[in-house]
Design a binder for this molecule. Structure first.
Ligand code: ADP
Ligand code: ZN
Ligand code: MG
Length: 477
């Protein structure tokens, strides 16, 4: 029965754009920290007669996203009214885009454990966010619903993929890759936990080898990348079990319960809700000025795929190390900063320190790029042993002291001086006649013991390779 069904997944992602003000009014967009209902005006409260004005910065973010994913940007676009009734929507309609989105087509490519994947993107459009509903008991214990209009009218980009994803892992990787693109172009904070990036997954199954799509469930409430993968994995299993048992599926919206590790029905979903879309009469059609597009294109920073490619092809990093560094903003900044501080550092060595020791430190730990560069440089020039270097990095991260300062304070500079090492070797040989006899009798592992004794005597400072050579010279002579 295994592999009888193929999963078909399409992803919708809503992204809160990084702007100073809201989408259609001048209210400040700093709503993460502002007190409830302190960022409102007649426009975003939906009062009669209030007129919207387009936020250029928000349009720019969507155009930049479109260019980054290789989408077509139409010459003319417009906004439409999407009509529905819900307490988080004060106007009774949402200003959105229907048949003329700001960006159409495009794709994102990335690696998965099963190989490279390219996901076709259907469209990216610009709309306004809704108010936030809070359901909780009031002071008397009565269950109430509160509305915070701070979020009402924030600029929101929706990006929709084609139904072309076939595994939970690829779906998670798509969302991660999109987040990296959004961070690179500065379009959004794009935090799933903070709600600036909201992922919804449409999941259906079809018999392997067939074309026709099955009945889909749309899964919501996934607040981390791990949840995205777990929720889709659960949904694929649930639908597989139902189909194998001959139970019919229904088109529905399901919520992910992270604690219980399952999806549950929220509501049934008709094929197409009747939103009675029509062109927004209060906004003129929007022309995308070619000169502006050209300027956005020329200001485009290096995108994650290109950066991974550069790290691997031009710097010789493994594709894995390149992906690990590019996947973490702080690691990327550290790696780039260290290379800037010391451009002739061997990039692969530096990458090992970033992916190994740095990323093992508690999240958010600060390592100064110039200090990491100094550390790797000292290892390269045999001034520092790898073991002591780890200790020094940890102390720099904890205290902010410079690497050279710590080396001096702890007296950890590696001993590569022939004379000093010869003295230490001679002392160890004199103190360990049994081990010396073992080596002479052909027991090679005794060399390791003697090397260890020299390291101990020099508090880890001896250049281990030199010590081994000196031991061999002394014992062969
Ligand atoms: P809505 O969910 O708002 O009705 P669409 O019908 O356009 O919007 O579909 C939204 C998403 O669902 C898209 O990413 C699309 O690729 C995906 N999708 C559509 N049909 C299926 C299906 N049968 N199985 C899986 N994903 C699907
Ligand atoms: Zn407002
Ligand atoms: Mg949908």
């Amino acid at each position: 029965m295994t592999a009888a069904y193929e999963a078909v997944i399409g992803i919708e992602i809503h992204v809160q754009l990084r702007t100073a003000s809201k989408m259609f009014c001048g209210c400040a967009a700093d709503v993460q920290t502002a007190p409830p209902n302190s960022r409102t005006c007649p426009v975003c409260l939906g009062l009669p007669g209030a007129l919207p004005v387009i936020n250029r910065a928000a349009v720019r973010h969507v155009l930049a996203t479109g260019l980054a994913i290789g989408a077509r940007i139409p010459d003319v676009t417009r906004w439409d009214r999407k009509n529905y009734f819900y307490p988080d929507l004060p106007k009774g309609y949402q200003i959105s885009q229907y048949d003329l989105p700001l960006a159409a087509g495009g794709s994102l490519s990335f690696d998965t454990s099963a190989g490279p994947v390219t996901v076709g993107i259907t469209r990216a459009h610009l709309e306004e966010d809704t108010a936030r509903l809070i359901h909780r008991p009031d002071d008397t214990g009565r269950q109430v619903s509160l509305v915070d209009f701070n979020r009402s009218g924030l600029p929101l980009m929706e990006i929709v993929t084609d139904p072309v994803i076939h595994s939970a892992e690829a779906a998670r990787r798509y969302a991660e890759e999109l987040r990296l693109v959004l961070l690179a172009i500065g379009a959004s904070e794009a935090a799933l936990e903070g709600g600036q990036m909201r992922v919804e997954a449409n999941v259906s199954l079809r018999p392997v080898g067939t074309e026709k799509f099955g009945i889909r469930a749309e899964v919501k409430n996934m607040n981390s990348f791990r949840s995205v993968e777990r929720a889709i994995g659960f949904e694929i299993e649930r639908q597989t079990r139902a189909l194998e048992a001959g139970e019919p599926l229904v088109q529905e919206t399901r919520g992910w319960d992270d604690d219980r590790g399952l999806t549950y029905r929220m509501r049934l979903k008709e094929d197409s809700d009747d939103y009675r879309y029509f062109p927004e009469p209060d906004l003129p059609p929007f022309r995308t000025d070619p000169a502006w597009l050209a300027e956005i294109r020329s200001a485009m920073p290096e995108l994650p795929a290109a950066r991974r490619q550069r790290y691997a092809a031009a710097m010789g990093l493994s594709p894995y190390d390149a992906a690990v560094i590019v996947g973490d903003g702080a690691a990327t900044a550290l790696f780039e900063g260290a290379l800037q501080a010391d451009p002739s550092l061997p990039a692969k060595r530096l990458a090992n320190w970033v992916t190994g020791e740095y990323l093992r430190l508690p999240a958010g730990t600060g390592v100064a790029p110039a200090q990491l560069a100094a550390l790797v440089r000292m290892i390269e020039s045999n001034e520092l042993s790898g073991t002591n270097a780890k200790e020094i990095l940890a102390r720099h991260a904890a205290t902010g002291e410079t690497v050279r300062g710590i080396v001096a304070a702890l007296g950890l500079r590696q001993i590569s001086d022939q004379g000093a090492l010869r003295t230490a070797v001679a002392a160890v040989l004199a103190a360990n006649p049994d081990a010396v006899a073992d080596v002479r009798a052909g027991k090679a592992q005794a060399i390791g013991f003697l090397t260890g004794q020299v390291m101990k005597q020099t508090r880890g400072q001896a250049n281990a390779a030199m010590v081994q050579q000196l031991l061999r010279d002394a014992l062969e002579g």
